[in-house]
Design a protein around this ligand. Structure first.
Ligand code: TYM
Length: 331
């Protein structure tokens, strides 16, 4: 039987958080044996917010190193750079013409980002989900492993695909979001009612994948909890503790019940240091591999060049099919 196709990506913004790792990257690692996986560096998406050009170039290469350091095997996965496959941008333009302003206006991420960057509400920010739809549909992806915050973007992708299919006949497969149960939304350590975000100005609120063990320990020590002093999972009334439990549970591969049992009567001090140690233990080897890979840009280049080649063949085929269906002259 043919393997199902997976596609996902992360923006090349640098400073990835534990949220990106547990909500997305960590799930990708498990998929590499079962599926035909395409993982891209979403560099075009980062342009919606002003970036220093040199930094963007550096972040793009670093993110490839991070994918590999986290456990993605470049021989089993197609790792590529979004901007290297022009078919994404071409398809995005076509799909723009099948997407309504009203649909894009409803996107909560657009509303959030527009509020945060009121001085630069560019049209790229508005049509961001259409480029994401193109990324996904160009590969006929069956599954898209992402965190909870991308769910709405997956829904609009399906709406666009369905609309196109209903006009031109079966063209795109309907992609499904693949969202992990507990790690779907890792919350901030200081404000556990909002997602942990790279852009948070409060350093204590987020764990960066490049944080030192000392920083990680300090941040968990200061994490907001509650006054009950009981390790119990309840997202509504105990958001801080539940978030720490989720982090621990994913890393240790334990259910929330198992985590509750393990820390029965332990108190928050002990619990927090156990969470910190679990994170340190997971990130230390990852960081070591990451820094080694950064020393070897030629190796990273060889990886994305191989990935670019495979990705462009697949995406170009789809683009040609779309162009043909809508009436562009292709040959
Ligand atoms: P980005 O770069 O914002 O985030 C990358 C991935 O990390 C997940 N994530 C989280 N998961 C759990 N808890 C959190 N606190 C947390 N913060 C971030 C995100 O859900 C995401 O899976 N639009 C995408 C990039 C993209 C893409 C695509 C993804 C471009 N094209 C095609 C899938 C398919 C984004 O902004 O991710």
């Amino acid at each position: 039987m043919e393997k199902k196709t997976i596609l996902s990506g992360i923006q090349a913004t640098g400073n990835l958080t534990l949220g990106n790792y547990l909500g997305a990257l960590n799930n990708w690692i498990e998929m590499q044996d079962k599926y035909d996986c395409y993982y891209m560096i979403a560099d075009l998406h980062t342009l919606t917010i002003r970036k220093d050009p040199e930094e963007l170039r550096k972040n793009t290469l670093s993110l490839i190193a991070l994918y590999i350091a986290a456990g993605l095997d470049p021989d089993k996965n197609t790792i590529f750079i979004q901007s290297h496959i022009p078919a994404h941008s071409c398809l995005s333009w076509v799909l723009n013409c099948y997407t309504y302003m009203g649909e894009l206006n409803r996107m909560t991420q657009f509303k959030d980002k527009a509020a945060k960057h009121a001085d630069n509400i560019n049209s790229g920010l508005f049509t961001y989900p259409v480029l994401m739809a193109a990324d996904i549909l160009a590969y006929n992806a069956d599954l898209v492993p992402v965190g909870d915050d991308q769910k709405q973007h997956l829904e609009i992708t399906r709406d666009i695909a369905e609309r196109f299919n209903s006009i031109y006949g079966e063209t795109f497969k309907m992609p499904e979001a693949y969202i992990g149960k507990v790690g779907a939304r890792i919350m901030g350590l200081q404000d556990p009612t909002a997602k942990m975000s790279k852009s948070s100005p409060n350093e204590l609120d987020k764990i960066l994948l490049t944080d030192t063990p000392e920083d990680i320990r300090k941040k968990f020590k200061k994490a907001v909890t509650d006054s009950e002093n009981v390790v119990r999972y309840d997202r509504e009334t105990k958001p801080g503790v539940s978030n720490l439990m989720a982090i621990y549970g994913i890393i240790k591969n334990k259910t929330m019940e198992e985590v509750e049992k393990e820390f029965e009567g332990a108190g928050y001090g002990n619990f927090k240091s156990a969470v910190a140690e679990a994170v340190v233990q997971r990130l230390e080897p990852l960081q070591k591999r990451y820094y080694e890979l950064l020393e070897n840009p030629e190796k990273l280049k060889a990886i994305y060049e191989k990935g670019d080649k495979k990705a462009s063949e697949k995406a170009n085929k789809m683009l040609k099919e779309v162009y043909t269906k809508i009436g562009l002259v292709v040959d």
